[in-house]
Design a protein around this ligand. Structure first.
Ligand code: ATP
Length: 311
C-alpha cells in the first residue's frame, strides 16, 4: 500500500530525514518510534503531501505523491501533531466544514458526520464549542475529521500526546477499531504506545531508519524460561537432551519450583521447542509451574540503539 524509497528532507544544513525507505502493507498498524526531533513529523508531513521531499519517492496505492497528490490525499486521513482545530466552532460545525474540505458528497455528509461522531464517541459533545473541550476530546475531534472521507490510510502524529491515562486508553481502543478498516501509521516517542497497539515498529534516529521489525519478531527471544519441581541434578541432564536446546542454565529460585533458562539454536522455533520441553517434562512426571518464551524489552532495544547513535 505504501512504498517509500530513499526519502530525504533537509532544512538548510540540517538533514531531518535521511534516505529512509520502507514498505507498508494493507491492514498493518505501524509505529514510527523516535525521540523528539528524530524526524517523525517530517516523514508524516511528506507522506501526506504537505511537505515536499528533498529527495526520494513516495507511492501510495501505486500513486506517486509528486504527480497525483490530490488522489493520494483523498486516500489519507491525517491527524497532525497539533490539531488544527477551530476552537470557536462547535464540533458538528467543524466536522461539517472538514467534510467539505475532504470533498464528501453533500448527500452523504450527514451520515458521514454522524458515523465519525459515533466512532469517536463524541455524541455528548457534538454541539459543544471545541474551545471548551478537554485535550482528550479535542484529539477525538481531530480523529473524527480524519476519518470522515473513509480513508484507507490513517496517519496519526503523536495521537496520545498530552492525554491522561484514561484518555490514552480511549484513544488506543479507538485506533484499534479504526485499524479494522484502514492501514494505520502513528508516530510516538513512547515505547509502551508501540507495544500496546502496533504490529510493527520502525525506529527513526537522527533522521535515519535504524530498525524495522514486526513486534513479534522483535520481542520474541531465543530463550525459554521453565520452572519445574526437579532440581538441577535431575533437570539439567534431561533439559539438555531436548532437541533444539543449545544450553541450559539454572536461575535463582523465585516462586514455586526450580527455574531454568534454555537457550535455543539460531534456527529453532521457541513455540516448537516449548512443546517438546512440555511433553518431556510430562513424561518424567514432573510438576510444570511455568514455561514461556523470554520476551525482549522494547525499552532495552530502544536504549541500545540510542546509545549506539543508531549505527
Ligand atoms: P517531535 O516528536 O518533537 O515532533 P519529530 O521526530 O517529529 O520530533 P521533526 O519535527 O520531524 O521530529 O523534526 C526533525 C528535525 O527537523 C528537528 O531537528 C527539527 O528541529 C527540524 N525541523 C523540523 N521542522 C523544521 C523547519 N520547518 N525548519 C527547520 N528545521 C525544522
Amino acid at each position: 500500500m505504501i512504498r517509500v524509497e530513499a526519502l530525504t528532507r533537509t532544512y538548510g544544513d540540517l538533514t531531518a530525514v535521511d534516505q529512509v525507505s520502507f514498505e507498508i502493507g494493507t491492514g498493518e498498524i505501524v509505529g514510527l518510534l523516535g525521540h523528539n526531533g528524530a524526524g517523525k513529523t517530517t516523514i508524516m508531513k511528506m507522506l501526506t503531501g504537505y511537505l515536499e521531499p528533498t529527495g526520494g519517492s513516495i507511492e501510495i496505492d501505486g500513486l506517486d505523491i509528486n504527480t497525483e497528490r490530490q488522489a493520494v490525499q483523498q486516500r489519507i486521513g491525517y491527524l497532525p501533531e497539533n490539531d488544527p482545530l477551530y476552537y470557536e466552532m462547535t464540533v458538528i460545525d467543524y466536522l461539517d466544514y472538514a467534510a467539505t474540505l475532504h470533498g464528501v458528497p453533500d448527500a452523504e455528509r450527514i451520515d458521514r458526520i454522524r458515523e465519525a461522531i459515533v466512532k469517536t464517541e463524541l455524541s455528548s459533545k457534538a454541539t459543544d464549542t471545541i474551545g471548551t473541550l478537554s485535550r482528550g476530546f479535542c484529539q477525538r475531534v481531530g480523529v473524527a475529521q480524519a476519518i470522515l472521507h473513509h480513508p484507507r490510510l490513517l496517519i496519526l502524529d503523536e495521537p496520545t500526546n498530552g492525554l491522561d491515562p484514561t484518555q490514552v486508553q480511549h484513544m488506543r481502543d479507538l485506533i484499534r477499531v479504526l485499524a479494522e478498516h484502514a492501514t494505520v501509521i502513528l508516530s510516538t516517542h513512547i515505547l509502551q504506545e508501540v507495544q500496546a497497539i502496533c504490529s510493527r515498529v520502525i525506529i527513526i534516529h537522527d533522521g535515519r531508519k535504524v530498525l524495522d521489525s514486526t513486534m513479534d519478531e522483535l520481542l520474541a527471544g531465543k530463550r525459554l524460561l521453565v520452572a519445574v519441581d526437579a532440581g538441577p541434578e535431575r533437570a539439567l541432564e534431561l533439559l539438555n537432551s531436548v532437541e533444539g536446546i543449545a544450553s541450559v542454565e539454572p536461575m535463582a529460585k523465585q516462586g514455586p519450583g526450580h527455574r531454568y533458562v534454555l537457550d535455543l539454536g539460531e534456527e529453532d522455533d521457541p513455540a516448537e521447542a516449548a512443546h517438546i520441553v512440555a511433553s518431556r517434562i510430562a513424561t518424567e512426571g514432573w510438576k510444570l509451574y511455568a514455561l514461556q518464551p523470554e520476551r525482549h524489552d522494547l525499552e532495552q532495544i530502544f536504549s541500545e540503539i540510542s546509545a549506539q547513535g543508531g549505527s
